[in-house]
Design a protein. Sequence first.
Lengths: 403, 351
Amino acid sequence: MFRNMLTLMEQQTTEALKKKTSARGLWFNGWAKETLAALDAKKPVVYTTAYAFPMEILRSFDVVSFDFELACGLFGAMGMLESILETAADKGMPSDTCAFHRAAIGASFQDILPKPNLMVTTSFFCDGKAKTNEIMARKYQTDVQYLYVPLEITADSIKYVKSQLLQITKKIESKTGQKFDMDRFKEVIEISNRAREAQLKMLELQKLSPAPWGGSDMFAYSISGQMFDGSPLKEKINQAFISEMTSRHENKKSHPERHRIYWMAWFPTYQSNLNEVFKTNQVSIPVCESFRVNWEPIDPDNPFEGLAIKCLKNIYIGNNDRRMENMDQIVSDYRINGAILFATPACRHSKTAFRVISDRFAELDIPFLLFDMEIGDPRQYQSERTRTRIEGFVEILNRKNGH
Amino acid sequence: MNASANKQPHIAITCAYVPVEIISAAGVTPIRVIPLPRASEAEPFIHPLTCGYIKSLLAAGMKNDLSEMAGIIIPNCCDGMRKLNDIWKNYVNIPSLMLDVPKKTDSLSIDFFASELRRFADRVHQQMKSPNAVTGQSLALAISFWNQVRRKMSDAFSAMEKTGMSGDQYLQYMDMMKMEPDSMMEAIKQMAADIAKQTIDHHKIPVMVSGSLFSDTELVDHIDRVGGRVAALDSCIGSRYFNELVEEKTDDLFHALAKRYLEKPTCPRMISLSGRIDQFMGQIRSSGAAGVITSAMKYCDTAMYDQMPLLQCIRDAGVPYLVLENSYDGDMSEQEKNRIEAFFESLKKEV
C-alpha cells in the first residue's frame, strides 16, 4: 500500500507540475521520488536523520536517503498509522515512547520500509531517534553511524564533530564502494548556501502582513524539506515558494489574520482540524522556530568544519536559551502577539522545560499556550479538545488586542 | 561555596557518569542524591510527562531538601536531565553545572570527554568556587581513593547479590551511597562483615531485577516474602555505578577518567545496544537467575526503548520474565504484588 500511495503521489504531482510549477508540487514530487528510489534500492540506501545529519555529505555520494520519521508523516497522510502502531505494541514497544519511533518499528516489522545498507543518525534532536536506529539496525543487521554533537561550541567540540563527520564519510565510502568526491561536495555546499539565502528571503517575506504563508506548511517544510539539502531541487522549491509568497502578497491572496503566532516544536502528521481552526479564527504562523536560520554560510574550502559548526549551533542542542535567543527582536520583526509550544506526550526534549519558555514570553508580554497534542498517533486525537484549547487561547489574544 | 570551619563543602551528584574523583580533588565532597519521591511538587515548573526521578530532584532543590549542597552536577544522561538543568538554573538557588558526557565509547569520544573533564575541573573551581584547583597530585590521590571505594563496594555488593538482598539491606546500601566518602568506606566494611555471616537460602528462587534508577525497596522486600531473592540488580545505582576502576599508572589522568567512565558497564543512555544486551544476558547467566523482573521508570526513555530488544533476547533464551512499571513514587499497588506472587508461583513450577 505504501508503494502504491507513493506511486500515486508521484504521478499526480508530476501531472500537476506539467501544468504549473508549484512549490508543494515540487516538494511532494521530490519526496515521493526519493522514497520510491529507496524502496527500489537500485542505489545504496542510507537511513538518515534528514533534519539533523548534514545531508550535504550524502548528496555527495550516489546513494538514496530515507528518514523513517519523515516517512511517518506520509503514513499519517495515508491513514496507515493505526495498524503500524498496533504492530509496534504487539512487539513490546512501550506506548509512552514517541509515536514516530513506534510507527517506524511497526512499519519495519510489517516489511513496509526499504532495507538500509547503512544507517546514520545524530544525538539531536532526541535520545529516542538514536535508540530507534539501534533497534532497527539490529533488525536489518546493518551498522549505525552515530554523530554525537556536544552541548557547547568549543574548539574541542568542533574538532570532535568534524572528526566524526570525516569518519562517517569514510564509512559511507566503504559501505557503498564509492569514492568521496570533494569537488562534488563543494558544489553541494554552494547549493546549500544558496538555499540558505533563499530561506532568509522567505523569512523576510513572512514579516509581511498578512503573512503569505500562514498555516502548517512552513513547519512541515522546515523539517521534511531538509531531506533535499544540497540538491538543486531544494533551490527550486525555495524559489517557487518565494515566487508564490510574493505573488500571494501582491495579489492580496494571503489569508486574513488577526493574530500572529510564534510556533514552537512540531505539528500533527495525521488529518486534524488544527489548520481549519487557525483559519477560522484568523490565526497565522508567520514564523516557527524550526525554520529559523542560525548558521552562517558554509565555507566550501573548509566544509566539514562548517557543517560541524552548523550542527553544534542547532537550537535543540544544549541550553534552552538558544530557542529563545533574540526573541524580543523576533516578536518585534514579525509582530508576534502569541506563542504556542506544541507538546506531544513523548517529546521530552522539546517540552520538559516549558516553564522557562513561558516565563520568558511573559517578560515580553506575549501570551503563551502549552498545547498538549499527540503528533503521530491518531487514536489520541480529539477534534473538539483541539478546538476548545485553541479557541480558548484565541479569546485571550482577542481580549489582549482589543478584538 | 559555604563551608563550616573544618568541613568540606558538598556537591550533589545525580548520576553515575559524574566523575567524583574530580570533585574530591577540588576539595569538595561529592554526595550522591537519591531524592525522596515528591514528583508532583515540581509539576508547576516541569512538564508532568517527565520521569519521577527528575521531578523529585527538582522538587528536592526547590523545597530545600538540598540546602546543605553548595552545588549540583547535572550530566546530560538523557533529554530529561538536560532540560532539568535549564529549569534548575532559573528556579533553584543552588548553582548547577552541566556535564557533557558523550554517548559512544570510541577513541574520538574518549578524547573529547577527556577535554571536557579538564574543562569540568576548571569550572568546578571557577564557577562552583571549590576550595582548591584540581592538580595532578590531588587528582591522583582522589582516583586512588575512589578505586578503593569501588573495590570494596563491588565485593560487598557481589556478596549481597550472592546471598540475596533484602529490602532493608538495599535501603542500607542506598543510604550508604549518599554518605560522605570516609563514612561510606566504614559503612561498606560493616556491610561486608554482616553479609559474610549470611548464608544462601537455596529454597529461594534467584531472579534478576532490572530498572533504570531503581530505588524500590518494597519490591525487593516483596520478592523476599514470596520466596525469591534478588541475585542480580541491573540499575544505575547497582554494579554499573562502581564496577571498573580508573587506570592509575598513566600520565594522562583525565584520559584515564574519560576511558573508565565511558567504558564502564553500559547504561541505557549509551548508544550501545549490542553491548547492553551482551551485558544484560551475561548478568542473567552469571547470577544463575531463574527469571527477570523489569521495573522501568515511567517516562525513562532510554530504558523504555531498550525494553523491547532486551525482552526479545530474554524470550529467545527461554528465560521467564515479568514487566512492571514504576513512577518513582515509593508505592507498590496490590495488583503489582499479586503479579509478582503469580510470577514466582510459575517459577516454582519450572524450577
